[in-house]
Design a protein around this ligand. Structure first.
Ligand code: ADP
Ligand code: MG
Length: 245
């Protein structure tokens, strides 16, 4: 499959400009700017409660920002409902997985499968089963019979069969055994090599920065650092102060 590595001057797939989001009177995002070109991998880092999930949920239309702009392929998605934002090419693996415990593995993937926004059909349920043989073994099991790691694989598989241009993963390795987490990291690496853009939120800074073309660190709803992984690791005080590692 062709690798669509982005060039620095390519138009962004996703552009977030001056974004503010509130929950009631609580002012959580305080003027976020972020651009992602097609095929780029962004690591989104920061301590608990800094606004990472809120930023992702704002992009997906699951919370309505109070100020600022979000554009996908140059078109504003302000006020567009989440399912239509997803159709513009965004796959979401939410914190806590969001799977339906009464549906089988097979049903999850069949229900979600569709061509991507550009008509691409690279990811089919069959390819997900080939990538995660554990899911193939459990194809007729209900999701609530799966282990945490298998549920996470299912959540990723369900996002992949929508053939996204950008895949967003929020704490996808949280609470998983190291060997299972490793499987998740290797599939994220495959996804990236296939030219799908990725935003990855994870506590494992070293795994994130190995994959990321750029890293953003959120502190209290603002971007406190943006830079490449070399730059990040060259500044241990940034990691210590803003990420806590
Ligand atoms: N549904 C909600 N209602 C009210 N406050 C929320 C809600 N979700 C998150 N928050 C608050 O918003 C802030 C940012 O949370 P979140 O975006 O989940 O951070 P992170 O993902 O970086 O841990 C926190 O102070 C959190 O308590
Ligand atoms: Mg979060």
């Amino acid at each position: 499959m062709a690798q669509t590595k982005s060039t620095p001057d390519a138009a962004p797939f996703l552009e977030v400009c001056g974004l503010h989001t509130h929950y009631g009177t609580s002012h959580v995002l305080r003027g976020i700017d972020m651009k992602i070109r097609l095929g780029e991998t962004i690591g989104l880092l920061g301590r608990n409660g800094m606004g990472k999930t809120t930023l992702l949920r704002s992009i997906l239309g699951l919370v309505v920002p109070s100020r600022g702009q979000i554009e996908i392929n140059g078109q504003s998605v302000k006020g567009v409902p989440p399912h239509l934002i997803a159709r513009k090419g965004i796959g979401y693996v939410p914190e806590g997985r969001g799977i339906f415990t009464k549906l089988s593995v097979y049903e999850h993937l069949e229900m979600a499968a569709r061509p991507g926004a550009r008509g691409q059909r690279d990811w089919t349920p069959e390819r997900v089963y080939a990538s995660f043989p554990r899911l193939a073994e459990r194809i007729n099991h209900n999701a609530n019979d799966l282990s945490g790691g298998e549920q996470q694989m299912l959540s990723i598989g369900r996002a992949l069969v929508t053939n996204p241009d950008l895949l967003i993963l929020d704490e996808a390795t949280e609470g998983l055994a190291p060997l299972i987490a490793k499987e998740i990291w290797s599939i994220i690496s495959v996804i990236r090599q296939n030219g799908i853009g990725v935003i990855v939120v994870d506590k494992n800074v070293s795994a994130v920065s190995k994959l990321a073309d750029r890293n953003l660190i959120l502190v209290k709803g603002s971007v406190a650092f943006e830079g490449g992984s070399d730059e990040l690791h060259a500044s241990p005080e940034i990691l210590r102060n803003f990420v806590g590692v």
